[in-house]
Ligand binder design. Structure first.
Ligand SMILES: [Zn+2]
Length: 247
C-alpha cells in the first residue's frame, strides 16, 4: 500500500489556539478543498474543486474569526471531504463519495478495500485522534468543554433552493440549540435543517460530544452568506456575541 500523504504533506488536523481559554472547542471537518498529492484531482476539473462538493465554503474564515474573538481552540481539517469526509464513519456510503450532490467523482469510483483503508488510516483516524487528544488534555485539566462543529451548506441542492439560512443541528442534546434559537434576528434559523442526525451527518458530535457526555452542536450557515471575507468576519462577530450569551 502506498502512503496517502507524502512526507512533505502536513497531517490532517491543524489545531489553532490550542490553549484557548473558552469552553468552546470548534471543529471544522470540511474547511479545505485541498487533496493529497497522491490523488491528483480525483478526475475532476480544477474549477469543480472550488465548489461546495469539495469543502464548506466560508466555514474556515468564520471559524477563525470566532476562535480569535472568543479565544477558543479550533481544529481544522487540511484535506477535502472528497478525499475523506471526516464527519462520516468509515462505514458510511458518503465517507468517500462516488457522487456528491449531482457531481460524479471519478477518482472515488470502485475503490478497493485497501484503497479505502488507506484513506481511513491516512485522514480519518489521525484527524479524530488529534481531536481526542485535545479533549483528553482538557479533561485532565478539568476544563469545561462544549463542542461546536462549524459547517456551511449550498443555497441550491439538486436544483431545489433552500430558504433556511442558519441550521442548529443536534441529536440527543438540544440544550445549546434551544439557547441559540433566537440569537440571529433577521435570519431564517431552524432546528435540524437542512440536515439532521437521522441523515447520519453528525458523526463528529456523536463520537466526541455525546460519547464523552459533553454538550455539542452542529452549526450550519448557508454559504452565500459567508462567501466574502467581510461577511465571514461579520458572522464571526455575530456568533461570538451569540455564544457569549449562552456559554
Ligand atoms: Zn460541512
Amino acid at each position: 500500500m502506498t502512503d496517502l500523504l507524502a512526507p512533505d504533506e502536513a497531517p490532517p488536523a491543524l489545531i489553532i489556539n490550542e490553549m484557548g481559554t473558552s469552553p468552546l472547542v470548534l471543529i471544522c471537518e470540511h474547511a479545505s478543498n485541498r487533496l493529497p498529492k497522491s490523488m491528483g484531482t480525483l478526475g475532476l476539473k480544477r474549477e469543480d474543486l472550488d465548489r461546495h462538493i469539495a469543502y464548506d465554503i466560508g466555514a474556515e474564515g468564520v471559524s477563525r474569526h470566532l476562535s480569535n474573538l472568543l479565544d477558543c481552540a479550533l481544529v481544522l481539517n487540511r484535506y477535502s471531504r472528497l478525499a475523506y469526509d471526516c464527519n462520516r464513519s468509515p462505514e458510511h456510503a458518503g465517507a468517500m463519495p462516488e457522487v456528491s450532490e449531482v457531481f460524479e467523482i471519478p477518482g472515488n469510483k470502485g475503490l478497493s478495500p485497501s484503497e479505502k483503508l488507506a484513506r481511513v488510516n491516512g485522514i480519518y483516524h489521525p484527524f479524530h485522534l488529534a481531536i481526542g487528544q485535545l479533549l483528553d488534555q482538557r479533561a485532565v485539566h478539568k476544563r469545561r468543554t462544549i463542542i461546536v462543529t462549524m459547517h456551511s451548506f449550498t443555497p441550491v441542492f439538486k436544483g431545489i433552493a433552500r430558504t433556511v439560512e442558519v441550521g442548529l443541528l443536534f441529536d440527543q442534546d438540544e440544550s445549546l440549540a434551544k439557547k441559540l434559537e433566537h440569537s440571529f434576528p433577521g435570519f431564517d434559523t431552524r432546528m435540524n435543517e437542512p440536515y439532521s442526525a437521522k441523515d447520519g451527518v453528525m458523526h463528529t458530535t456523536a463520537i466526541h460530544g455525546a460519547a464523552r457526555g459533553l454538550p455539542s452542536l452542529m452549526l450550519e450557515i448557508r454559504n452565500d452568506l459567508i462567501t466574502k471575507e467581510d461577511d465571514q468576519r461579520a458572522w464571526g462577530e455575530r456568533l461570538a456575541a451569540a455564544f457569549k450569551g449562552v456559554t
